[in-house]
Design a protein around this ligand. Structure first.
Ligand SMILES: Cc1ncc(COP(=O)(O)O)c(C=O)c1O
Length: 375
């Protein structure tokens, strides 16, 4: 997809906010615990490479991504720290994992056997770094019993082409007030860890929510995602244990402003009709940019004032009702601060009946990311 550099719509990413969020977490962790910054999905929409570099400056020791290609992107950008791929990589790509020195997740015995087969065909001395994933209750990826885990450990330890680098699990409710299910998952993880014949280099269970609210979870590494971007993993349910700073602002400008007469219709389907004389502004952002059609009826900020999005959001543009005549070229804030007023990603998420993770990831590549501060 082409990025619209020659259009005034942009995401502004504050690297200093990311540095501070990471540094804030590192400062409260014991010194023998490491923070891996989760920069999958293009750094949750913020841009993987720039956010990874910011996280490094804040004290991150490594990175997590979901896809092989995301790991390669970081390596090609010159990042040399450990990178763990959290998703399943088909064993046919093992040569690439070795070439780029990427650690990979083993979630099933079938995968491990296939990986061993593929490794047999290779000659070099480099070892494949593997983290065993335990499914303690997320129901997504991983071995589901102690026996399966011990068999996997044995398979790995018997293969000279594999380095057993880590073991981990993922919590499904660490961001909730009720901790019962979380505790069950934690206990299962702890029980399995205590039965291992030896401990690998990395033992990890904490995502942002667990790091913020359950810092005594088992492990010597955390996988710090959403909080590094300055967003509260729980939405509004739990209070952050230290202040997080949101890194993302979304801005554009008014490209057309006109006064319309009563009865004039706005947008496809004519779903909004001008009641009295109204100033209507057009802004160059639409659903192809990730500013979804469901945003109709929400608002943006112009000169610190809320302006309703009227009519249907189009593919490349949408219209807003202005309180008065405002010059074309005036800044419009869709996410962020504007003259003392603010729209947060959480507010957008609530309007869309989703979570801020999804909103940030939905901003498309058409919107350029501009980086400020920090490096
Ligand atoms: C396995 C795994 N670990 C860690 C994370 C980071 O989670 P969060 O962004 O909530 O910190 C994710 C994110 O989805 C994940 O899938």
């Amino acid at each position: 997809m082409v990025t619209g550099y020659h259009r005034p719509t942009k995401l502004i990413i504050d690297r200093q906010a990311i540095i501070d969020n990471v540094a804030g977490e590192v400062a409260k962790m014991p010194t023998d615990k490491e923070l891996f910054a989760v920069v999958k999905a293009n750094g949750y929409g913020h841009g993987a490479v720039e956010t990874a570099k910011s996280a490094l400056k804040g004290g991150a020791a490594g990175f997590c991504v979901a896809l092989l290609d995301e790991g390669i992107e970081l390596r090609e950008a010159g990042i040399t720290e450990p990178i763990l791929i959290l998703g399943v990589v088909e064993p046919i790509y093992i040569e690439l994992l070795l070439k780029y020195n990427l650690s990979v997740t083993a979630a099933t015995t079938a995968w491990l056997l296939e990986a061993c087969k593929c490794l047999k065909r290779l000659t070099g001395s480099q070892k494949l770094k593997i983290h065993i994933k335990i499914d303690t209750g997320m129901g997504r990826l991983g071995f589901t019993s102690l026996k399966e885990v011990l068999d996997a450990v044995q398979l790995i330890e018997n293969n000279e082409q594999i380095e057993w680098e880590g073991i981990f699990t993922h919590f499904s409710t660490a961001d909730e007030i009720d901790t019962l299910y979380f505790e069950q998952q934690l206990k299962m993880f702890q029980d399995i860890i205590s039965e291992l014949p030896r401990q690998p280099r990395y033992i990890h269970s904490e995502n942002s929510a667990a790091a913020l609210w359950h810092p005594k979870s088992t492990g010597n590494m955390i996988r710090f995602g959403i909080a590094m971007y300055g967003l509260n993993p729980s939405g509004r349910s739990l209070i952050e244990s230290y202040p997080l700073k949101s890194a993302l602002t979304l801005e554009t400008v008014l490209i057309q402003v006109k006064e319309l007469q009563p009865g004039a219709g706005i947008g496809y389907g004519n779903t909004y009709t001008v009641a009295e004389k109204e100033w209507i502004g057009t802004i160059p952002i639409g659903y192809a940019d990730g500013w979804l059609r469901k945003m109709q009826g929400f608002h943006v900020l112009v000169n610190g004032k809320k302006c309703e999005i009227v009519g249907r959001v189009c593919m490349d543009q949408c219209m807003i009702r202005l309180p008065e005549a405002v010059p074309e070229g005036t800044k419009v804030t869709l996410v962020g601060e504007n003259q003392g007023a603010e729209i947060t990603l959480q507010m957008v998420a609530e309007y869309l009946e989703t979570i801020h993770y999804e909103v940030a990831c939905t901003f498309s590549q058409r919107i350029p990311r501009e980086y400020i501060g920090g490096l």
